[in-house]
Design a protein around this ligand. Structure first.
Ligand code: HEM
Length: 461
């Protein structure tokens, strides 16, 4: 029985009535290793009033008044996590619940995709390995707090009026908002004579080849480190990146970053499929966050593949893809549908009636996006897409600087993104309307197991 069948065998939708709560298999796996919050203090340093069940955040329960109670409960066997479970099961995006930070895999990959993104790539500016290690430890501590809805360190309002506060403050009073923070390591981090990591460089952390049609900007490509921040509330995502950048001062600096405002794929197939900037449903046939078999086969790096520090991790391809909205909007509906091989209203594959009907590839034009990207055209290879739309104003010529910030996780880019993109770049009819302008590849370490663990510990040990 697959994980998907298993979760459905209860007769319930895996999403427990909400399109947005984390899915059971992924959640259970993460929560099995979940730890209580490091400190019982809400993000804003103020006690919270306990409200309705769906608005009772873990922060509220762990606020000043509830600290003793909650710590006692944890000692008695992880009741805090159980409360969190209830909250997630009953929750919705508006409940703003927390996604567990600790687990076998990092959150932000198979967990449900919230609607907002702030993605940042960093250059490491220190040459000192110990300083880099300290940065990753400090980031981990701050991330565990922020994802649980707490402020960084001593918070935004003290305790020493003469010093800048530990937290910048703009998320004070906001809920955890399903914030996830996912860290990755770029190939440049493994360069010889840099941090002594050359031997640890994974074979699959290749330099992505140049694809036909690429117009990559250096200033929007590469990076030694990356942090993907996803949240329901854009202020929470931006706050997280801002505070991590602040902690990194003198050790790492943001090289480029990207905001995203609407998910274009989901890991929750039973939820309504989101639409991309061309108006098409996007993510219909994605790897589901509850499909353990597919995740093991296509997303998580297996132990035997090596290097050992990456087992349970993944690889992330980020591509900033500009979409020529104005040209697209003058294209007939028929042509738009031919380009994707799906109809625009329902999202059904050519010749079929329903979105989730099995595509018959031969009925599609040989240049259609879906036919070219389908696993049957790539020895069964699948990738987990979780990209976002972006609109960064206009480009000086009155055209929207808009597109898809493509994010795809996979077990090996040499079997996933590279062959798929090679075929798309050569033959996809969509190429007339898009251009890849930014690119990066990162190795994504496994999850932070518990409060003594930190991002990259196995790599640096
Ligand atoms: C702006 C650029 C892109 C747009 C607008 C776009 C849009 C879409 C749409 C509407 C679908 C059909 C619905 C679905 O199954 O999700 C789709 C499917 C897919 N796309 Fe893209 N896509 C873009 C770029 C890419 C890139 C760069 C890749 C990978 C290199 C890719 C890989 C896939 C895959 C694997 C599928 C599923 C095919 C299947 O199994 O049927 N897409 N895309």
């Amino acid at each position: 029985m697959t994980a998907e069948e298993e979760s459905n065998s209860t007769g319930q939708s895996p999403e427990a009535g909400s399109p947005d709560v984390p899915e059971p298999a992924a959640r259970q796996e993460r929560e099995a290793a979940a730890e209580p919050d490091p400190e019982p203090r809400p993000r804003d340093g103020q006690a919270e009033t306990v409200g309705t069940r769906s608005s009772v955040g873990r922060r509220a329960l762990l606020g000043w008044g509830g600290a003793g109670l909650a710590l006692g409960a944890v000692a008695a066997g992880g009741t805090a996590t159980a409360l969190h479970n209830d909250e997630a099961d009953a929750g919705s995006a508006s409940a703003g619940q927390a996604v567990p930070f600790h687990g076998a895999h990092q959150a932000g990959i198979s967990t449900a995709v919230p609607d907002r993104l702030h993605f940042a790539a960093f250059d490491v500016t220190t040459e000192d390995r110990d300083e880099l290690i300290q940065l990753l430890k400090d980031w981990t501590t701050a991330a565990a707090r922020m994802t649980a809805g707490h402020a960084v360190g001593e918070g935004a309002f003290g305790p020493v009026p003469e010093s800048p506060p530990d937290d910048t403050g703009e998320a004070a009073g906001l809920k955890p908002s399903r914030l996830t923070l996912t860290v990755g390591f770029g190939s440049s981090l493994f360069d010889k004579d840099r941090f002594g990591l050359a031997e640890q460089r994974p074979e699959a952390l290749v330099d992505l080849p140049a694809f036909p049609g690429d117009k990559l900007e250096k200033a929007r490509s590469g990076g030694d480190l990356c942090v993907q921040a996803c949240a329901d509330d854009p202020q929470v995502a931006v706050h997280a990146i801002r505070n991590l950048a602040r902690i990194a001062f003198g050790k790492a600096a943001i090289r480029w970053s990207q905001l995203g405002f609407g998910k274009t794929s989901s890991t929750t197939p039973d939820a309504q499929t989101p639409r991309n900037m061309f108006g098409f449903k996007d993510g219909t046939r994605n790897v589901s966050g509850s499909d353990k078999k597919a995740l093991d086969e296509h997303v998580w790096v297996a132990e035997k593949e090596g290097p050992a520090w990456l087992a349970g991790g993944s690889y992330l391809v980020a591509r900033r893809i500009r979409m020529h909205i104005e040209t697209w909007d003058r294209t007939s509906l028929k042509e738009q549908e031919d380009i994707f091989g799906r109809d625009k209203r329902e999202g059904a594959p050519v010749g079929k009636a329903k979105e989730h009907d099995e595509p018959f590839l031969k009925a599609m034009l040989p240049t259609s996006h879906v036919r070219l990207a389908h696993p049957d055209a790539h020895n069964g290879a699948r990738i987990l897409r979780r990209g976002y739309s972006f609109t960064d104003g206009t480009d000086g010529l009155g055209r929207l600087d808009a597109g898809l910030f493509f994010l795809a996780y996979q077990r090996d880019v040499r079997r996933g993104f590279i062959p798929i993109q090679r075929s798309l770049a050569r033959h996809d009819a969509l190429n007339e309307y898009i251009q890849h302008v930014g690119s990066a590849l990162f190795a994504i370490p496994p999850g932070v197991r518990d409060k003594d663990d930190w991002w990259g510990r196995e790599l640096f040990s």
